[in-house]
Design a protein around this ligand. Sequence first.
Ligand code: OSB
Ligand code: MG
Length: 377
Amino acid sequence: MHVDALELFWIKMPMVGRFTTSFGTTQERDILLVKASAGGAVGWGESGADGLPLYSYETARTGWHIIEDFIAPVVLEQEWPEEGIATAYAKRFEDWRWHPMARCSFEEALWVVEAQLRDTSVQDLYAHGRTTRERIPVGISLGIQNDFEVLAEQISAGLEQGYQRIKLKVEPGRDVSVVEPVRERFGDIPLMVDANCGYRDDPNALESLKALDGFNLLMIEQPLAHDDVDGHAPLQAALETPICLDESIHSPQHAAHAIDIEACRIINIKASRIGGRAAAIAIHDLCAARDIPVWCGGMLESGVGRLHNIAMASLPNFQMPGDLSASKRYWKADIIDPPVEIDAEGQVTVPNTVGLGHEVMEERIKENLVRYEKFSL
Ligand code: OSB
Ligand code: MG
């Protein structure tokens, strides 16, 4: 089988509100979408990269470059198996260095193509015989706010909507001073913090993070630098609260090393950061075998990436609520129909119809278009 065409859509999506982390503020999200056509089927994938290299060095533009100049020519020219095209793609590009988000976006599109050709759901392919959940618990991630009352209002609304855990973004100087009043006001809600590497240059990191130990947090996500897995080990040894790694984990080898040296007790899985769904699921399996719980992280994805995340998060070792918020929490108008919704119990139902499960609205994509190109032989 040949891949007949590959289309790239670079869009800019307006967000409902601002989202601030220790690395910056997002108000409008650059998103790179990939559409693959093969064997009469069409699939969509999304790169998790944003417009600026803040969370990752990749951007929508670097993804465009890698796919246009390197991935597309190989993919279009090659003969692919009818069964297992997505796995074959993952293997073909396994040895390519980095650019995980670019590689992942195209792999996702091929998982959907393959699901359609086999008349099954993406969830079914990701599960590959493992038992899956039909509904998965969802948590909410709340950006840094200058005004505590604004944050408190968002927490109330999140709890009211059923979200099963609250994640607060923190940074040096805005950690205990945020967590303490949240505990005072909201009691023993399931609560965690995410530092997005914010304590990497902070000489008082240990002291500041130890001060969080008394607040019964589910975990502290990625306090130190993305390239400092080892630095998290002594920190974890000094803390009672589990450390969860996000930015540091790019491969099953990284995950194994982090577990070996006890740099963390939990891992956040984002397929985009890891270079594909196959590699992400390999980390899921490795963590399951070693009793390390994982949960599905988010990158402010449009509905396309969100649906892939939801399908993957139905696997059994995704033991904790994921950052899989409803579409309306981030987007004025998502690009899928219907949008992702959360039920009153804070769960999202995993689509199990053929393909990705919801319709991708190309019209809406075109309304937000920055750049488009179609590649074919
Ligand atoms: O660190 O988990 C993160 C958003 C953008 C980049 C990194 C992160 C996040 C979030 C939001 O926390 C997760 C989401 O709901 O998509
Ligand atoms: Mg994170």
